[in-house]
Design a protein around this ligand. Structure first.
Ligand code: DX5
Ligand code: ZN
Length: 216
């Protein structure tokens, strides 16, 4: 399986985002964490930042919406230049999450769903046939630099089974506490897209760290 690396700019220097995106040019995606201070107890960046970043990189922008009722904003994120927009299944009712995914696809972009650690694997089933990516959180969303939850691996395995059976083109992403050691564990469980914030941006050699994650 081809492994894709998505460094999270949550750990970048927000005063030097263009420079810090150039530093991850050997990666596959740029992971953008959007937080509203409601769905998660933190506030990060939003639509204008995505709009400014879009022309600075050829890497696809992988936008992780940690916001309540994402249906309100998904089209604006698409118009700002997001390539993949993912919504938490806990952030609204299933019909509204379906509608949000439809709005993203209608903009010609990829759509994903995200599960918090306490949300069971089965929560992806209503959406699995229509999504391009499923993201399993391996920390509680809200902050970078937390410890990888190895107890999420059974969930990753179950969802890998669902994907292989029902939507083999769907990517399976993990996010939180990923470094070259935990990356190997997540890949073994079935993940093929790895988000890493602090591991990448704290590395002495960023390209080397990205290569180490890819070959974990
Ligand atoms: C957490 C974010 C993550 C975060 C990961 O809510 O979704 O993308 O940046 O950071 P690390 O890799 O430091 O755990
Ligand atoms: Zn994220």
């Amino acid at each position: 399986m081809t492994i894709k690396i998505a460094p999270s700019i949550l750990s970048a220097d927000f005063a030097n985002l263009q420079r810090d995106i150039e530093r991850i040019s050997t990666a596959d995606l740029v992971h953008v964490d959007v937080m509203d201070g409601m769905f998660v107890p933190n506030i990060s960046i939003g639509i204008p930042v995505v709009q400014s970043l879009h022309p600075t990189t050829t890497l696809p922008l992988d936008v992780h919406l940690m916001i309540t009722q994402p249906i309100r904003y998904v089209e604006q994120f698409c118009d700002a230049g997001a390539d993949i927009v993912s919504c938490h299944v806990e952030a609204d009712t299933p019909p509204n999450i379906h509608k949000a995914l439809e709005l993203i696809h209608a903009k010609g972009k990829k759509a994903g769903v995200v599960l918090k650690p306490n949300t069971p694997a089965q929560a992806v089933l209503p959406f699995i046939k229509e999504v391009d990516m499923i993201l399993v959180m391996t920390v509680e969303p809200g902050f970078g630099g937390q410890k990888f939850m190895a107890d999420m691996m059974p969930k990753v395995r179950i969802i890998r089974g669902y994907i292989d059976e029902m939507n083999p083109a769907c990517d399976l992403e993990v996010d939180g506490g990923i470094d070259p050691a935990t990356a190997a564990v997540a890949i073994e469980a079935g993940a093929n897209v790895l988000v890493a914030g602090s591991a990448v941006y704290k590395a002495a050699d960023i390209s080397e760290c990205i290569a180490a994650l890819r070959n974990a």
